[in-house]
Ligand binder design. Structure first.
Ligand SMILES: [Zn+2]
Length: 322
């Protein structure tokens, strides 16, 4: 593709600056139309607008060089989403779980509001049963919420485990049917793919999908967003903290990356071919030691969805700590 050199240079620039270059499964990242428009996040009314570029947040927001990576900037209004506005200085503050307003009906999120010390753990893909079961056991033992974005085919491969994850109340979103790059090709193809994944996940788990999608490879464009909206998704969930677990790095390095989280961070991890199971206890304990409360993506951005059955305690701790 003619634009590939641009994409490569963006990735290299980001890498040279020591930033988190997005990958998901190790494949190339930036491959869609690059328009030079900063910010991947058209508002709910902008469907059909000329393609905002692919937007892997190649760096956490606000870092130098962010201009080199379209999509690294925060979505408009990210600092004040509905239901998650700045809390009053006194009194308990509820974890946001209110209804989503029309203005935020569909958005791209690289992170949640930077106002409270909330962090969302997310896990992608879902092929490897050992990893998956190890992750879930740790989350349950530590009463740590997290949000899953499995590939539809992976859910069908391990139906019993995914049904258990859903029954435990972990939100499960969409990560495509087979991890194809849905920013390629027509919107209609992406729509069919997303719907196929949603159908497989809902039939397997018996609960409605958490209506959010994480694009394979972190690549998306206006066409993808149009398809996602048409498929009933309410949000595109990116991330601002890439643990780089997909590179096979050691557990300590994964933990170190995760602990760079800021208020409102969304941390991406994977279930396959990684050391994430060995890293996860250190991530959870380390984030909590730094004063963060773990929440679901839905709680972070104010998009209603399931919460793990143990979240009552989590919420109490959050309120007590204010
Ligand atoms: Zn993936």
């Amino acid at each position: 593709m003619a634009l590939r050199p641009i994409a490569v240079s963006v990735v290299l620039a980001a890498a040279l600056l020591g930033m988190n270059v997005l990958h998901d499964g190790g494949a190339a990242v930036l491959d869609g139309p690059i328009t030079g428009v900063a910010g991947p996040t058209p508002s709910a009314g902008s469907t059909g607008s000329p393609g905002p570029s692919v937007a892997p947040g190649a760096s956490p927001d606000g870092t130098p060089g962010a201009s080199a990576s379209p999509g690294s900037s925060a979505p408009p209004g990210a600092s004040a989403p509905p239901g998650a506005s700045s809390p009053p200085s006194t009194g308990p503050v509820a974890i946001p779980d209110g209804p989503v307003t029309a203005a935020s009906a569909f958005r791209v999120w690289n992170h949640g509001p930077r106002t409270a010390k909330l962090v969302a753990l997310t896990f992608d893909d879902g092929w490897n049963l050992d990893d998956l079961q190890g992750i879930v056991a740790i989350l349950k033992a530590r009463q740590a919420p997290a949000t899953f974005f499995p590939v539809g085919r992976a859910v069908l491969r391990h139906p019993a485990t995914w049904a258990e994850i859903a029954a435990a109340g972990f939100p499960i979103g969409n990560h495509s049917w087979n991890h194809d790059d849905l920013s390629r090709g027509p919107s209609s193809k992406a729509l069919r793919d997303i719907n196929r994944a949603t159908g497989a996940i809902e039939r397997t788990t018996g609960v409605p999908l958490f209506p959010a999608i994480r694009p394979p490879f972190g690549t998306y464009d206006a066409s993808f967003q149009k398809a996602a909206r048409a498929a009933g998704m309410r949000a595109v969930i990116m991330w601002d903290i890439d643990t780089r677990d997909w590179t096979g790095i050691k557990p300590k390095a994964i933990v170190r990356a995760a602990l760079h989280a800021q208020r409102g961070s969304i941390i991406v991890m994977h279930t396959d071919k990684t050391n994430i199971v060995r890293a996860l206890p250190g991530i959870i304990d380390g984030l909590r030691a730094k004063g963060f409360t773990l929440v679901t993506v839905g709680q972070l951005i104010g998009l209603p969805g399931p919460v793990p059955v143990f979240m009552d305690r989590e919420q109490r701790e959050f309120q007590k700590g204010r």
